[in-house]
Design a protein around this ligand. Structure first.
Ligand code: ADP
Ligand code: TRP
Length: 328
């Protein structure tokens, strides 16, 4: 049986990287046979968001976003991480079989501290909580963007260490799954670095009107003249257009940029096309998002139904783990 599972932090508004790298795959996986678990990682978000109202509203926005983009809570178990206490119980068990060295090698931790984020113990042990998320549901496939691959590999290691330490088969080995192309697995931000909520270079998927124009205006360009022939691979706006356009049209833009001359598009032209394609792609989902958000009680109720199903699964796995290590 295939069990899909993934999570996303409610640490801000979902951006293009979250959508193309993760959310779109999560929704699409519902068409595949198997069980589907998707959750809002509010415990993880506490490592960076320390404002109760902001966290509460981010959680609802994230739920409304998933439903608007097609997640069906009847087909997938959709819930809030903190509604499943078994996950924190499993976190402790995994902490006891995980070496400090494994965590010290985590790219995400190193990147965040290098950017000046002051590390708490929670940020350091973040991959253990994430491994517990994955292992608590016997997940076999974890659809994520490229930045999370190492975390899934750590979950594989922790599962193996626990099983070996207690001579058991308690935890199932999970595999990660990346989107089809590299461009989707690592979407760039407005500054050309990886797009991330923690780096302030992210663009909200449901941005529209003047705000969208402003956001697109912030995408990094240079001062070269449009008529100068350029390698399109070095034009950040082309990477953004690639997320939205069909190959045929995209290749036409690339060709014109490569040729230069009087017919070559300026950065302004590329921005206009990007805004248009963006609005067209997300307008229907944006309307549904507003509708879901207008009824927070219904969102909360749907999350609680998912939580009930998630707890049922996770408590079985927790019991297996407790028994194996002598806690029962
Ligand atoms: P952020 O880095 O903005 O805090 P999260 O860590 O909550 O985003 O990521 C949620 C999901 O979105 C993960 O599966 C992650 O791999 C994916 N993701 C995040 N940023 C990108 C990106 N720039 N490109 C592709 N996927 C991404
Ligand atoms: N750490 C993931 C991220 O920032 C979110 C996450 C938490 C997750 N638990 C998970 C992803 C379990 C996949 C599986 O993107």
């Amino acid at each position: 049986m295939t069990t899909f599972l993934s999570g996303i932090q409610p640490s801000g508004r979902p951006h293009l990287g979250n959508y193309f790298g993760a959310i779109r795959q999560h929704v699409a996986s519902q068409e595949e046979d198997g069980e589907h678990f998707f959750f809002i990682a509010d415990y993880h978000a506490l490592t960076t968001v320390q404002d109760a109202e902001a966290l509460r509203s981010n959680v609802r926005e994230m739920a409304a976003t998933y439903f608007a983009l097609g997640l069906d809570p009847k087909r997938a178990v959709f819930f809030r991480q903190s509604d499943v206490p078994q996950v924190t119980e499993i976190t402790w068990l995994l902490s006891c079989v995980t070496g400090m060295g494994l965590l010290e090698r985590a790219h995400s931790f190193k990147d965040k501290t290098a950017k000046g984020i002051k590390p708490s113990v929670g940020l350091f042990t973040y991959p253990i909580l994430m491994a517990a998320d994955i292992l608590a549901y016997d997940s076999t496939i974890v659809p994520v963007g490229k930045d999370q691959v190492q975390h899934v590999e750590m979950a594989q290691d922790m599962a193996g260490h626990f099983n070996a330490a207690f001579d058991s088969q308690v935890f199932v080995r999970p595999e990660y799954r990346l989107p089809e192309t590299d461009a989707l697995a690592k979407v760039p931000g407005s500054d050309g670095e990886k797009m991330s909520k923690s780096y302030g270079n992210d663009l909200w998927i449901f941005e529209t009107g003047k705000r969208l124009k402003k956001a697109v205006g912030r995408i990094l360009t240079d001062s070269r003249d449009p008529s100068e022939p350029k390698d399109p691979a070095g034009v950040l706006l082309v990477d953004f257009l690639a997320l939205f356009l069909e190959d045929k049209e995209l290749n036409e833009w690339r060709e014109k940029i490569r040729e230069g001359g009087a017919n070559a598009p300026g950065y302004g032209h590329l921005k206009v096309r990007l805004i248009e394609a963006w609005e067209e792609t997300f307008a229907p989902a944006r309307a549904r998002f507003e509708e879901y958000l207008a009824d927070p009680a219904a969102l909360d109720a749907t999350l609680l139904v998912g939580a009930e199903r998630a707890r049922e699964r996770a408590s079985g796995v927790r019991d297996r783990a407790y028994l194996a290590c002598g806690l029962r």
